[in-house]
Design a protein around this ligand. Structure first.
Ligand code: 0RA
Length: 638
């Protein structure tokens, strides 16, 4: 067996410094040491294999979660080069795993490397943050292996056998002294790999979770690329054009791939990617796409007499109502801007996307007049609804101006005017509202009681929403507008807390309100301002003992062990209305003792799917969703 020379020189010493820094400040490299950062390690390794696929040499990537949370990633690419690198005097493969930023030079390089953001930090970062890692390479007729502990080489690249295949396999165990948890969430990984497979047409990705009794696995390979992605996103929606409209161009400079399809829904779902990274904040590629849509549809409508000259133009938002679109571009040196560094800044991309879509879409519309007509009918009615909504909004404004207050009558406001310290409880029912008003700390807690049947915004257009007497008080109390006009800097309360009964009706109201916030005040959710109050389910009282409140059935059982059942009175709360003001304060509203659930939006795609299924028109998927999720109802996380 042959062993590669391994000696330390000046560069090597610097290398060690680099990896030490990664272990000292992991957040700088992978964002955080939470489960998010943990997942990031896997994405980082898989990204390298995707690069090899983009270079045209890898067709299959296999990811396994082994018992003990060991990750194994294997590809059938060319194998990382094993020859000795002139400068570092060690094998290229070891260099890739031990030197920060070596990826571009020796690792997979599709030419579309990512700069900025957290992505593309490379294999060495994963290595540094792993208790151990083991890399096996097949190429040049041999099998080669190297091993590391916490980023340091324990076995330099060694030839351990013969092989006529090629490929790279990496196994690693993340370091539990660095990460808060090593427990990978299979579903999160699975959706990211599905997304990666959509974004790289024809690439086959398989993932398997071998940790539990029941093995979970999935195989993804989409010959349709983004076409398949859009079909997947729209699977529960009613379509207007049956096949997505597909545009693709690879001029070698800025490859662009786009697919979009119209549905009868009222929301707009556009997802954009740069170098396979979800650009949540959009940017120049998205701008180009939107401009082209607006211009091309308006031109077509005018030239085919669907819009008369005097009608004026359709607005962008009219044309995007009900659209589901995915746009993916590859940019050599992307500039990422914005708060979360997920907004593309390269200005030349706008024009490239815009002219491509202009041309392809106008050809498509000319060739498919029936589809063009169906889509434009929808746009025109969206435009009418927008006009009606504007009038409704004006009416609300004028009415408010007359009443010289912009606050709803039912709102019991707090005395502080500092949004950061203020919170509003949206409370179901007048009686619970009454208790909440008496029980609250009026300095920073406001109460807005709601009653009666809430509007399902998933099935209504904006004009209905502005006019709705249940939602208007919510809009006015939050004070930051709605839809495109929503301005997070204007919110009157740092916490918007939904307080509903712990029963089916309460869950329904909660979902209706969350749907409303998600569709019409999304930044409120993204910014973490929306909370769910957790009222207790039981009160245990016993002579000579302080009352104990239990928030779950498990807690009830636990406490009854602890205090003994003898002489204990168990009160089950059916609704908030059964609690007096003092009890409501103690259990649900006092910041010292209450439990609040912050509503988070990890994934806009998942959230859209859930709201479409739960609140939309189609009944079949809803039944399936409820049956599949009945066991999880305790934790609502969108
Ligand atoms: C650079 C050159 C060559 C292969 C790779 C990178 C490579 C890197 C990774 C990372 C994960 N899987 C990978 N597969 C391949 C090969 C150059 C050549 O053979 O000429």
């Amino acid at each position: 067996m042959e062993k590669f020379e391994h000696e330390y020189n000046a560069e090597q010493i610097q290398v060690l410094d680099g990896l030490e820094h990664v272990r000292k400040r992991p957040g700088m490299y992978i964002g955080s040491v939470s489960i998010r950062g943990l997942h990031h390690l896997v994405y980082e390794i898989v990204d390298n294999c995707v690069d090899e696929a983009l270079a045209g040499y890898c067709t299959h990537i296999k990811i396994e979660i082994e018992p003990g949370n060991i990750i194994c990633v294997e590809d059938d690419g060319r194998g990382i080069p094993v020859d000795i690198h002139a400068k570092t005097k060690i094998s290229a493969a070891e260099t890739v795993y031990t030197q920060l930023n070596a990826g571009g030079k020796f690792g997979g390089d599709s030419g579309y490397k990512v700069s900025g953001g957290l992505h593309g930090v490379g294999a060495s970062v994963v290595n540094a943050l792993s208790t151990w890692a083991e890399v096996t390479i097949q190429r040049d007729g041999g099998i080669f292996q190297m091993k590391f502990e916490r980023g340091k080489t324990t076995q330099p690249l060694t030839r351990i056998g013969d092989s006529d295949k090629t490929g790279t396999k990496v196994r690693f165990l993340a370091d539990d002294t660095i990460f808060e948890t090593l427990e990978y969430d299979y579903e999160t990984l699975e959706s990211r790999f599905r997304e990666m497979a959509f974004l790289t047409k024809g690439l086959s990705i398989s993932v398997e979770d071998k940790r539990g009794e029941e093995v979970k696995k999935a195989d993804f390979c989409f010959e349709g690329g983004l076409n398949s992605f859009v079909e997947f996103l729209n699977k529960n929606k009613e379509k207007i054009n049956q096949q997505p409209i597909y545009i693709e161009k690879d001029d070698g400079e800025v490859p662009v791939e786009i697919a979009f399809q119209y549905t009868t829904a009222y929301s707009e779902n556009i997802y954009s990617f740069v170098n396979n990274i979800n650009t949540v904040e959009g940017g120049t590629h998205l701008e180009g796409f939107k401009r082209a849509l607006t211009k091309t549809f308006n031109d077509y409508a005018k030239s085919h007499n669907i819009l008369k000259e005097k009608d004026g133009n359709l607005q962008g938002e009219d044309i995007r109502e009900g659209i589901t679109a995915v746009i993916s571009v590859k940019v050599r040196e992307p500039q990422f801007e914005g708060q979360t560094k997920t907004k593309l800044g390269n200005s030349n991309v706008t024009g490239i996307v815009q002219s491509l879509v202009n041309e392809a879409l106008s050809n498509f519309l000319e060739e498919n007049p029936n589809i063009a007509k169906a889509i434009l009918e929808k746009c025109v009615s969206a435009s009418r609804a927008r006009e009606a909504a504007r009038k409704a909004r004006e009416l609300v404004r004028r009415k408010n101006a007359l009443e010289s207050t912009t606050l709803p009558g039912k709102l019991a406001d707090c005395s502080s005017k500092v949004p950061e310290e203020c919170e509003v409880y949206i409370v179901e029912g007048d009686s619970a509202g009454g208790s909440a008003k008496q029980g609250r700390d009026r300095k920073f807690q406001a109460i807005l009681p709601l009653w009666g049947k809430m509007l399902n915004v998933e099935k209504s257009r904006a004009d209905k929403i502005y006019n709705n007497d249940k939602l208007q008080p919510v809009i006015l109390a939050v004070g930051a507008g709605i839809g495109n006009d929503f301005d997070i800097t204007k919110i009157r309360y740092g916490k918007v807390i939904i307080m509903a009964d712990a029963d089916v009706d309460g869950a329904h109201i909660r979902t209706l309100l969350l749907t409303f916030f998600f569709r019409y005040m999304r930044p409120l959710i993204e910014n973490g301002n929306v909370y769910l109050a957790q009222p207790p389910l039981y009160k245990l009282s016993k002579r000579g003992m302080k009352d104990i409140y239990c928030y779950t059935d498990d807690e009830l059982t636990e406490n009854l062990n602890a205090i003994g059942r003898e002489g204990v009175n168990i009160q089950r709360y059916k609704g908030l209305g059964e609690m007096n003001p003092e009890q409501l304060w103690d259990t649900t509203m006092n910041p010292e003792t209450r439990i609040l659930i912050q509503v988070k939006m990890e994934d806009a795609m998942k959230a859209d799917e859930i709201f479409t299924v739960l609140m939309g028109d189609e009944i079949g998927p809803r039944r399936e969703f409820i049956e599949a999720n009945a066991k999880y109802v305790k934790n609502l996380d969108i």
